[in-house]
Write a protein that binds this ligand. Structure first.
Ligand code: 13P
Ligand code: SF4
Length: 321
């Protein structure tokens, strides 16, 4: 067994029924599998819980199991580990990073915070533990607006790292939060022109948009929200067609919950790329999940001092949302 590459490399005997074996190992290891909506469909199908980043953090904090396997990206594993320091927390491939989190290095963010004395620091959950440790309140796309609105109107706020989510919250709440200039490479690349053309071909379709998309895409939306909010809207809506401007993994759950409805992925600017796939999310595979359960690796560890400082703003989020 070798984890040098950030996932377990171990031979899997030919003919192994991965689904059955994953179920067996979950019981044997007292493990629970959490999956984000952007995971590959087959991983979502073996997960015990599927959710947006808020739901995954909430669920992780309450689980009785010894082992949490978080099929998502690295910061989600870190959040689970910070909330559950005594548990074994695994991300099947720890190379699963996040371009948005990477757009906000902790040392640069520390300077940004120091340059804005007297500001409350709000950070999106898509950040490293080191950035969370510099933060007063963590938010997700599912609760950002509610948490910002819970603060006094005249409170000075820094919001990082997603400028699109920050702009959206500013527009919705009338605040003037100071924004860090970061973005997600997946959500930046949807083409408003192509979405508008698609809407002409499907005039009855509702346009669902994640708030990490820039304003020219958000303006076309019938519904803006976190992955869980968009899924709920699609399930409850009378509409039969939806154009979905967020990572493609969410379509698996939408199609599963509403088999009679049609979900069309919003096109990116460059139609030759698979830009609406998050390459980081897709690094987790059934094989890596199986091996991670076999060998309980690779485990997420967070420096004790950073974890201590990062826990407070995460817990504050859970209290406020
Ligand atoms: P959610 O908060 O909607 O789960 O989104 C997380 C994310 O990484 C979006 O790109
Ligand atoms: Fe990060 Fe974007 Fe992937 Fe979400 S879709 S995990 S924000 S890179």
């Amino acid at each position: 067994m070798n984890v040098d590459k950030g996932f377990v490399e171990a031979e899997i005997p030919a003919g192994t029924d991965l689904k059955k074996e994953i179920e067996r190992l979950k019981k044997e290891q007292d493990a629970v599998v959490l999956a984000h909506y952007y995971q590959k469909g087959e991983i979502q199908d073996v997960a015990d819980y599927i959710g947006d980043s808020l739901a995954l953090a909430r669920i992780a904090a309450t689980l009785p199991n010894k082992v949490i396997v978080l099929c998502g990206v690295h910061f989600m594993g870190e959040t689970a580990k910070i909330l559950c320091p005594d548990k074994v927390v695994i991300v099947p491939d720890v190379n699963a990073g996040c371009s948005l989190a990477d757009s906000c290095p902790a040392d640069e963010f520390a300077r940004f915070v120091a340059d804005h004395p007297g500001h409350t620091v709000i950070s999106y959950v898509n950040t490293s533990a080191a950035v969370k440790a510099l933060t007063d309140i963590v938010v997700t796309s599912g609760n950002a607006r509610k948490i910002v609105e819970s603060l006094p109107k005249d409170e000075k706020i820094i919001f990082g790292p997603d400028r699109n989510l920050g702009n959206y919250i500013n527009a919705e709440t009338g605040r003037q939060m100071v924004l860090w200039n970061g973005a997600c490479h997946v959500h930046e690349l949807f083409s408003p022109v192509k979405i508008a053309e698609l809407k002409k071909e499907h005039p009855q379709a509702k346009v669902l948009v994640h708030p990490e998309c820039p304003a020219p895409v958000r303006i076309l939306a019938d519904k803006i929200g976190s992955t869980a909010v968009l899924l709920k809207y699609a399930t409850e809506s009378d509409a039969q067609e939806f154009i979905v401007a967020t990572e493609s993994g969410i379509l698996h759950q939408m199609q599963k919950d509403c088999p009679q409805k049609t979900f069309i992925p919003a096109p990116p600017d460059d139609s030759t790329c698979a830009c609406n796939d998050c390459a980081f999310m897709k690094l987790n595979t059934m094989e890596k999940l199986y091996n991670s359960l076999r060998f309980l690796a690779p485990q997420i560890e967070v420096d004790a001092d950073i974890a201590e400082r990062a826990r407070r703003p995460i817990e504050r989020m859970l209290q406020l949302s």
